[in-house]
Design a protein around this ligand. Structure first.
Ligand SMILES: [Zn+2]
Length: 689
């Protein structure tokens, strides 16, 4: 079947292709958001935040009923728990039943600080000094100002008494704030800074005050800051702080202050040892391991060598488990990949700074090198990560910093190789065109590891595309982990650049991190067909409906990107394809500009990226809807963005093609043979699986 020989219409952009009015201002600033309840609560506690974005329904997309919510019943719970490891279930029960209200462990013995002779080489937190100076805590695009100063204690063990309503000046455990925000506050990243100059003594004092406030206000061991993930991040920050400043803290504030901080740190590490996240595993357990190693290497207690040994044993096991042979982290989230890479590089720095050697030090370096290669391989031309699977900018160190910490010479060579890079274990494929500063990152991986898919989204066969150095087609991102319709939408199939069948989700996502039925994606391939770079893959999410979706993406170098979707199977189905555009991109369509080419409709849109314009062309039948949704580049931030959805109902096998090409360029001749599972581009036959 012929689907289009395109060439004549391109130069004569007639009136039919003019602006149809369905555009929006691409310059709209992003805004922060909170749930209305949280906003009201923040106002109550005198906190300030930076703005507010409407709920998802007010942003005009969720009201279309795009997500079908399923009731949580025993079968869904069974499908969620069944893939878990038996040991995970055991630890889960132990945590839920025994540990929930258990108090912090008290070591009861003095805790010392080992001398670190070499330079302490860890990067500092860029925002730390400003937060300490202003007592304004900004995380996830939400700022809380804590201007009620903590009075300096008159004796070493006296700290501020909370106000008459029992609230601390810093809301460490105020559950009216979003939990992820409280986590960030409790990480104490703002202690990870160097206050070496004489004029920075005030900042050092402020840091000590805040640390003392933490231990005064979090005395029980059941506060949110004692949850093992937050506990782990804070332990490392406190260790770094005391290694840098322990001696000056002693001089400025007295030996008892230093002892109080060290005693608390020892108790925190001892509590963590009891609360290792063996039920969750994944990146959480790696954070626990890093904290055990830092505490074991730096603190002098009767348990230090045990913490080191436990951390070392678990690290060796988890390196093999979590870092796939192609270098990708097994949770398939570029942001958590970056975090894990930086954590592993910091463990290596810790060993160097303390003169220790891990049994698995060689494996550690190999994995760091492989992870650096992977990270460099999936970056957009703007140098940042794609936003698949709970990724957000700013949620990990900038990639350039992580790559520098990895110190891997191998990580630098990837761009000079073939335009196609396939990571077969992670399931990612990348096509680059250096000439047009363009890159397409294709996600053909599974939702996540079977026993830990919590950060996975319904994004099988989705992709992100940069053209001329600029992000154009994007994942909707992740603005929140709070349960609700926004979280559900951001994990849903409709929030990704892929196809949905019969309005069913690719995977059964529920709550904030739960996944019931989950598909297998697979067989990612990449290379060249007829000289054209390609990647392809397929998944079985809709096998139960009788449909297999296969996608092949071809670069007709250097500028034209061709995405061909093949739907194999039988029956008549509702097929919907979604394309999400970056907020800076304007899309102009024309409802009347339909053309027919040998029986198949051809539609076009103008995609405007600054002073560059591309055509988006679609081959195939159906109804199109250009509407507004949102894009979350960072947590706590939603920017209005444009989505094109394309829907049709009909029999399969069938296929759909969409193409991006620079306005004015001449297109290759394209033909499709759906029953024959192939398309033809400029005379080259491309098998579609
Ligand atoms: Zn996503």
């Amino acid at each position: 079947m012929e689907v289009g020989a395109w060439g004549t219409g391109l130069e004569s952009r007639d009136a039919r292709l003019s602006n149809c009015g369905q555009t929006r201002d691409g310059e709209t600033e992003g805004a922060s958001f909170m749930t209305q309840r949280a906003v009201a609560d923040m106002a109550k506690v005198g906190a300030e935040q930076t703005g507010q974005l409407p709920r998802g329904s007010e942003a005009g997309y969720l009201t279309k009923g795009s997500i079908r919510r399923k009731p949580v019943g025993p079968l869904l719970i069974y499908r969620t728990l069944r893939p878990l490891r038996f040991s995970q279930l055991g630890y889960l029960v132990m945590r839920r039943v025994f540990r929930r209200r258990s108090p912090a462990v008290k070591l009861g013995t003095p805790v010392g600080l080992r001398h670190v002779s070499e330079d302490w080489p860890f990067p500092e937190d860029a925002a730390a000094k400003n937060m300490l100076a202003t007592r304004e805590f900004t995380f996830l695009n939400q700022t809380v100002r804590c201007h009620r100063a903590i009075p300096r204690s008159t004796t070493e063990r006296e700290f501020e008494i909370p106000d008459s309503e029992g609230r601390s000046a810093i809301p460490w455990d105020d559950r009216r704030y979003p939990k992820l925000w409280l986590y960030h506050l409790n990480y104490c990243d703002f202690l990870n800074a160097r206050f070496a100059l004489p004029e920075e003594e005030g900042l050092l004092n402020a840091a000590v005050d805040i640390a003392l406030d933490w231990l005064q206000q979090n005395a029980r061991g059941t506060e949110v800051g004692w949850e093992p993930y937050a506990l782990s991040v804070r332990i490392v920050n406190w260790v770094k702080f005391l290694v840098r400043h322990g001696r000056r803290v002693e001089l400025l504030r007295g030996a008892a202050t230093l002892s109080a901080l060290l005693e608390s740190l020892g108790n925190q590490a001892a509590t963590l040892e009891r609360r290792l996240e063996k039920d969750l595993l994944g990146n959480h357990l790696l954070k626990n391991i890093k904290a055990l190693l830092f505490a074991g290497a730096i603190l002098e207690t009767s348990r230090s060598s045990r913490w080191w040994a436990e951390g070392e044993k678990l690290l060796q096991r988890e390196l093999d488990e979590q870092i796939l042979p192609d270098g990708g982290h097994f949770e398939r989230s570029p942001m958590y990949h970056s975090q894990v890479l930086a954590d592993l590089a910091e463990i290596r720095l810790l060993c160097r700074a303390t003169g220790r050697r891990l049994v698995c030090s060689r494996l550690l370096s190999e994995k760091i090198g492989a992870m650096a290669r992977f990270l460099r391989g999936v970056l957009h031309p703007d140098g940042e990560i794609p936003l698949f699977n709970d990724s957000a900018l700013g949620g990990a160190r900038p990639p350039a910093e992580s790559l520098a910490m990895a110190e891997s010479p191998d990580a630098k060579v990837i761009e000079s190789e073939s335009p196609v890079t396939v990571f077969p274990d992670t399931g990612y494929g990348v096509i680059r065109s250096a000439e047009s500063r363009s890159a397409l990152i294709f996600d053909c991986g599974p939702v996540g590891p079977d026993y830990q898919p919590g950060h996975g989204h319904c994004d099988l066969l989705s992709y992100e595309l940069s053209l001329e150095g600029q992000r154009v087609v994007v994942d909707a991102g992740a603005s929140t982990y709070e349960p609700g319709q926004e979280r559900s939408y951001e994990r849903s199939t409709a929030a990704h650049n892929t196809i949905r069948i019969d309005r069913e989700e690719q995977a059964e996502m529920w709550a904030s991190f739960r996944v019931g039925r989950r598909p297998q994606a697979g067989g990612i391939r990449g290379g060249a067909h007829g000289g054209f770079p390609f990647v392809s893959g397929e998944h079985d999410a809709y096998r139960r409906l009788g449909v297999i979706h296969a996608r092949t993406i071809v670069l007709h170098a250097p500028y034209t990107w061709i995405v061909a979707d093949l739907l194999k199977g039988s029956g008549s189905h509702l097929v919907e394809s979604f394309l999400h555009f970056h907020p800076r991109v304007r899309v102009e369509g024309c409802p009347d500009c339909m053309e027919t080419s040998t029986g198949l409709p051809l539609r076009r849109w103008t995609v405007i990226l600054g002073d560059q314009s591309y055509w988006l062309a679609t081959y195939g039948p159906g109804q199109f809807d250009l509407h507004q949704s949102w894009y979350s580049e960072r947590f706590g931030n939603r920017q209005p963005s444009t989505v094109l959805s394309w829907a049709w109902r009909g029999p399969i096998p069938a296929g759909m093609i969409h193409i991006f090409t620079p306005m004015g360029a001449s297109l290759p001749h394209i033909a499709a043979d759906w029953p024959g599972n192939s398309i033809e581009i400029a005379g080259a036959k491309i098998p579609l699986r």
